[in-house]
Design a protein around this ligand. Structure first.
Ligand code: KIV
Length: 266
């Protein structure tokens, strides 16, 4: 095994090698992501859409996240394992956030948690980081705020949008986070954020200038196609390949072709 990736490793990659983060939701997706060389495996609450079939990430529960984080942890030994705190598990305040974050670390094998929000979450991030919970921030487009935003809207546009984004980035750093996701912002805005902060930025829908990149496993493999955002590059068509294989199995069973002698015992 290559050297274990820790939050310190991630911090040391600022302005160095690009950081690769992949979302994974279970044992095989974590295993393949790690084998492919990802430094960070995020059990994202995108789980809600791409695995559980919800319309958004809002309904995802702590129990669902714990269950999938445990599964991913069994496929992850070298990469840093980060668990996304689901909507409603930390917004009530630092105490609630601490109780739920501790569950990810104690019960599910996570080594860090991710929290959406900048200035509005600064107190909570600081509370956690001062109590030995490493926090990855998340600024820009915040999927858990979809109802408040009135849809998934690109953030950081215009002078005011950029000011809010930079304020959020600064708040995340000052609160003690070791890295932050920057989602759904113009490439130039992400560049300004990346240059203005001392910790690594990991972009999604944020152009090429961040210190690292993340995509959702099911998106990049073409397994989830209910909605494909502009920033998703599909590196495989596993959804189509899966359907093709399952259709062939169905046909062969119906036609009595499977099982043949090769796949039967004497
Ligand atoms: O839930 C998720 O997968 C995420 C990433 C897109 C950053 O938050």
């Amino acid at each position: 095994m290559d050297k274990k990736v820790t939050t310190r490793t991630v911090m040391s990659m600022k302005d160095g090698d690009k950081i690769v983060m992949l979302t994974a939701f279970d044992y095989p997706s974590a295993l393949y992501s790690e084998r492919a060389g990802a430094e960070i495996i995020l059990v994202g609450d995108s789980l809600g859409q791409v695995v559980l079939g919800y319309e958004s990430t809002v309904p995802v529960t702590m129990d669902e996240m714990l269950h999938h984080t445990r599964a991913a942890s069994r496929g992850c030994s070298r990469a840093l394992l980060v668990a996304d705190m689901p909507f409603g598990s930390y917004q009530a305040g630092p105490q609630q956030a601490m109780e739920n974050a501790a569950r990810f670390l104690k019960e599910a094998g996570a080594e860090s948690v991710k929290i959406e929000g900048g200035v509005s979450m600064a107190e909570t991030i600081e509370f956690l980081t001062r109590r030995s919970v490493p926090v990855m921030g998340h600024i820009g487009l915040l999927p858990q705020s979809v109802h408040q935003m009135g849809g998934y809207r690109i953030q950081g546009r215009g002078d005011e949008g950029l000011r809010i984004l930079l304020d959020d980035a600064r708040a995340v750093v000052e609160s003690g986070a070791y890295a932050m996701v920057v989602e759904g912002v113009p490439a130039e805005a992400a560049r300004l954020v990346t240059e203005s902060v001392s910790i690594p930025t990991i972009g999604i829908g944020a152009g090429p200038h961040c210190d690292g990149q993340v995509l959702v496993y099911n998106d990049l493999l073409g397994i989830y196609d209910r909605f494909v955002p502009k920033f998703v590059k599909r590196y495989g068509e596993l959804g189509a390949a899966t359907e093709k294989a399952l259709r062939q199995f169905t046909r062969e069973v119906k036609e009595g072709v499977f099982p043949d002698e090769e796949h039967s015992y004497e």
